[in-house]
Design a protein around this ligand. Structure first.
Ligand SMILES: [Zn+2]
Ligand SMILES: [Zn+2]
Length: 249
């Protein structure tokens, strides 16, 4: 079993062991509880990848499928690598196979372009054909595997929340906190719910919270009128950030 696979197993058991208190903490941190958990979990995952897996065969295999990580996770890799005091050596090792594959891709593309004059069929010399072949050579078969891992983590915790959604304690914390599922995770939550009462609870509580955002935004804008002398409240000050977290998921 590769280092990555064995760690993923440990990771799964870590997630299963995560108690109500961790979900509670994510709810009380404000914003989307799923985003909060995914963010922390990804940070740990990237730290592990960089520390333990730069030469792990499974990491290389997965990273080749997407030809590297997405922009967001590339930035996060850079940040975590540098905050661990490394100059990028671990990232360089993870990307060794990707850059080799890219060289091969371009060799293939060059061959295609150079063999053009020997093509008897006219179709193979058309610009359209060349472009299609180049794009085919560079296309990937999968998305960034950290993104895939995030999607799995999100689904896992959505299920965990659904399991406890009818508990009084959960409802008390959720309704009384600034927790607000982001739009995408709210849709995910709704798609996984199998109980009418839970469905109604989440829709109702979310509607209330969204209405509150609108009220805060309106008074935030209104108070920017030059005639206004009233101070902004804390809720109004954070209204834009809450708005962006909700829609920018
Ligand atoms: Zn979210
Ligand atoms: Zn990604």
């Amino acid at each position: 079993m590769s280092n990555l696979e064995s760690n993923l197993k440990k990771f799964e058991s870590f997630k299963r062991g995560l108690s109500w208190s961790a979900i509670k903490k994510a709810l009380q941190s404000g914003g989307c509880p799923i985003c909060n958990i995914v963010e922390k979990s990804t940070e740990k995952y990237i730290e592990f990848l960089l520390r333990e897996c730069p030469s792990d065969a499974e990491v290389h295999k997965r990273n080749l499928k997407s030809m590297g990580f997405c922009k967001r996770h590339s930035n996060q890799l850079k940040e975590i690598e540098s905050s661990a005091g490394s100059d990028g050596l671990n990232i360089a090792a993870i990307y060794e196979t990707v850059i080799s594959r890219e060289i091969k891709n371009f060799e293939r593309v060059e061959d295609l372009l150079n063999s053009d004059s020997q093509n008897i069929l006219k179709v193979k010399s058309s610009l359209k054909w060349k472009k299609r072949k180049i794009i085919e050579s560079l296309s990937t078969s999968d998305e960034c595997f950290i993104c895939k891992n995030e999607a799995k983590t999100a689904l896992f915790y959505v299920h965990e929340i659904i399991k406890i959604a009818a508990d009084e304690e959960f409802r008390e914390v959720f309704s009384g906190s600034d927790a607000l599922f982001c739009r995408n995770h709210f849709i995910l939550l709704i798609s996984e719910i199998k109980d009418e009462n839970n469905l109604k609870y989440f829709v109702d509580s979310h509607s209330k919270k969204i209405l509150q955002i609108q009220n805060n935004l309106r008074s935030f804008i209104k108070k920017h009128n030059y005639q206004n002398t009233e101070e902004l409240t804390e809720e109004e000050k954070s209204a834009v950030e809450i708005l962006l977290n909700y829609f920018g998921s």
